[in-house]
Design a protein around this ligand. Structure first.
Ligand code: GDP
Length: 646
């Protein structure tokens, strides 16, 4: 906010200037020349004033995330048409049922003398935190052992899928499964009466994309290496991903049935990548298997259990359920379907949950065998129905106390997501350049130039590119002769560029595309004018420069030593004025001997905000006492100035 006069504010708030000055004083806000407020002080004052008015008048309207014209009108006791009229005056066209943004709604409310407040955003935040906090709150005594969750990784064609198939088959052999198993993105096997959960999306991409979303679902990684092929690039990647995630690795040397299989070579290569297997004196477990011939699959699974035992995997089944979405899709008949891994607590049919931006009540749960289940404890993967929308793989899900909380959290997240998307898709425009630059979002200004003759294209290109500086790079990504076509617009859209036209216009149709794609098209007949416009827009994107602005000169006429305070100067203001907030330079015989801050500014015994020319004052300086009679104190303030391009 820039400088605003007290008169102006008093008119805006329907208060007399006297009342306003009183408030300014009582809030302890500093004014500029007794008539204006500026910058942070202005903002602070307006905030405090609004707060006070809110408290006094009680004209506060609380709204949820969704505000429609009708709701707003009703809560102010106005008619919808009154509200619509006000909106129109502000340049916003809205119908009675239309949703309007909080910012616009607050402006309308202010017009009618009301203050708009979000009622549940902080509440939602609290609820969200409360809901999420439970995850951390495990007490050692509540923890019970849980089965391990395993991911299979390795180079393409080394047998990840075959191994998973072979593992699932062990379960079939154990006689547990019947008929066709339904794929739910995870499967479970039982070996020696103990359960192991396998995530069915093999590969480290899935593993890493989950991690990128903050989810850690894997307890153990099985690294498949084909015995006839050895360590390959994706094997190395998988090793690094598992290491980065601090997940223990079990090596499955696969395809040992094949001729040319050389497990020793694999082990040697592994050692070169920091994985020393047990026969080589290390502690990495390796198992030789054949996924195809089903050799030693149970041996591999036993090793998984062994590692799991060492890891002491535990969870608390008796709390609100929490876990991760493994995969999700929209099923034609069943709606959003998500496979989730329960990691803590127990999920039950009927529980209200939030998963990313989706919320809902668990309507049904289906286990890896395609059977309906009523509950799922830690380390159980289940498919759930009943969500409002399709969450993303890697999203966390949390059981929340009730439906309303679930809905509120999801709505809030959706709003945040929409905001993010809007931000991401908002294209550059000359008008917005200023703001986007100052937020540091844009450091390149891409331009497409179209002109009537080649000479103009070149001339404009050169003059514009010359405007580039350290902070803003101007890039002409395309220049050509002729009207502005749809393909120019699409190019600009794809590269977030603006279009500048000289003596040319957009061809019919391209304007509509530009509007749809939010591409800024500017047409000129004078080159100079275009350059002026770009310069102006760019000035706002440059970081402000700081300059010292002298406010006054003060002469030191006496000095006193005061114990506990230091040396205090009795002074006389020669010119201008000195303010408490000023910085100072102390000058002796034309040389600056000190630069620093004021520790105190006094008139007689009182602290004051400023002292003007012709008056006496007392000064002391922060961490500086070496002052003498005759020294000149130059008072100055540091100002941020918007830079322009020369
Ligand atoms: P992925 O890309 O890692 O999932 O590998 P696949 O499981 O699709 O296997 C790639 C190829 O290797 C397939 O043709 C499999 O039949 C074959 N294969 C997998 N495991 C074995 C094995 O233990 N022995 C032999 N001989 N071939 C195997």
């Amino acid at each position: 906010m820039s400088k605003t006069s007290i008169k102006h504010i008093s008119e805006d708030y329907n208060l007399s200037e006297k009342e306003l000055l009183k408030k300014i004083e009582s809030f302890g806000i500093e004014m500029v020349d007794n008539k204006h407020l500026e910058g942070e002080n202005l903002q602070l004052f307006i905030e405090m004033l609004n707060e006070e008015i809110r408290e006094e008048k009680g004209n506060v309207i609380e709204v949820d995330n969704k505000i429609t014209v009708q709701d707003l009108a009703e809560s102010m006791g106005k008619s919808a048409s009154e509200v619509i009229m006000k909106l129109m005056k502000m340049g916003t066209m809205a119908t009675i049922n239309q949703e309007i943004s909080f910012d616009i709604a607050s402006l309308v409310c202010a017009e009618f003398g009301f203050t708009l407040m979000r009622n549940d955003s902080s509440e939602v935040e609290e609820l969200e935190i409360e809901a999420l906090m439970d995850i951390e709150e495990d007490d050692e005594k509540d923890l019970v052992p849980r089965p391990p969750v395993v991911t299979v990784m390795g180079h393409v064609d080394h047998g990840k899928t075959s191994l998973l198939d072979a593992i699932r088959d062990t379960d079939v052999i154990s006689g547990e499964a019947g008929g066709i198993t339904q794929h739910i993105g995870a499967s479970e096997v039982k070996i020696n009466g103990q359960k192991i959960v396998f995530l069915d999306t093999p590969g480290h991409e899935a593993f890493t994309s989950m991690r990128a979303r903050g989810a850690q679902v894997t307890d153990i990684a099985i690294l498949v290496v084909a015995a006839d092929d050895g360590i390959m690039p994706q094997t190395v990647e998988a090793i690094n991903h598992a290491k980065a995630a601090n997940v223990p690795i079990i090596i499955a040397i696969n395809k040992i049935d094949k001729q040319g299989a050389n497990p020793d070579k694999v082990k040697q290569e592994l050692s070169e990548h920091g994985l020393l297997v047990e026969d080589w004196g290390g502690d990495v477990i390796s198992v030789e298997v054949s996924a195809k011939k089903r050799i030693n699959i149970e041996g591999l699974l036993e090793m998984v259990l062994l590692v799991a035992e060492v890891e002491e995997l535990k969870a608390n089944p008796n709390k609100r359920a929490v876990g991760t979405v493994i995969e999700a899709e929209l099923d034609k008949g069943r709606g959003p379907v998500a496979t989730v891994l329960v990691q803590g607590g127990t999920l039950r049919v009927g529980d209200p949950i939030v998963a990313g931006v989706a919320s809902g009540k668990v309507r049904a749960m289906i286990n890896y065998k395609g059977k309906r289940v009523k509950q799922a404890g830690p380390s159980t993967a289940v498919e759930i129905l009943g969500l409002s929308e399709v969450p993303f793989g890697g999203d966390q899900f949390v059981e929340v106390p009730n439906d309303k909380t679930a809905r509120l959290i999801a709505e809030k997240r959706q709003a945040l997501q929409r905001e993010e998307m809007l931000k991401a898709s908002s294209k550059i425009s000359l008008d917005a350049l200023f703001a986007q630059m100052s937020e540091g979002k844009v450091k390149d200004l891409n331009i497409v130039i179209k002109a009537d003759v080649q000479g103009s294209v070149q001339a404009v290109k050169q003059s514009l590119e010359k405007l580039s500086n350290d902070e803003v790079q101007i890039k002409v990504i395309h220049g050509g002769v002729g009207a502005i076509t749809e393909s120019d617009v699409l190019l600009a859209s794809a590269s977030n560029a603006i279009i500048i036209g000289f003596n040319v216009r957009p061809v019919s149709g391209s304007e509509q595309v530009a509007e749809k794609e939010s591409v800024d098209i500017r047409t000129y007949t004078i080159i100079y004018k275009a350059i002026e416009d770009i310069k102006a827009a760019m000035s706002g994107m440059l970081d402000p420069e700081y300059v010292d602005e002298d406010t006054g000169k003060v002469e030191i006429r006496e000095t006193y030593k005061i114990s506990g305070v230091g040396t205090v100067a009795g002074c006389y203001v020669l010119s201008g004025k000195i303010m408490r907030s000023c910085k100072v330079r102390i000058v002796r015989d034309g040389i600056i001997i000190h630069e620093g801050e004021l520790a105190a500014l006094k008139r007689f015994k009182d602290d004051v905000k400023e002292v003007a020319q012709g008056f006496e004052c007392g000064l002391s300086f922060v961490n500086y006492n070496d002052i003498k009679v005759g020294d000149i104190v130059e008072a100055y303030i540091v100002k941020a100035v918007e830079r322009t391009i020369e």
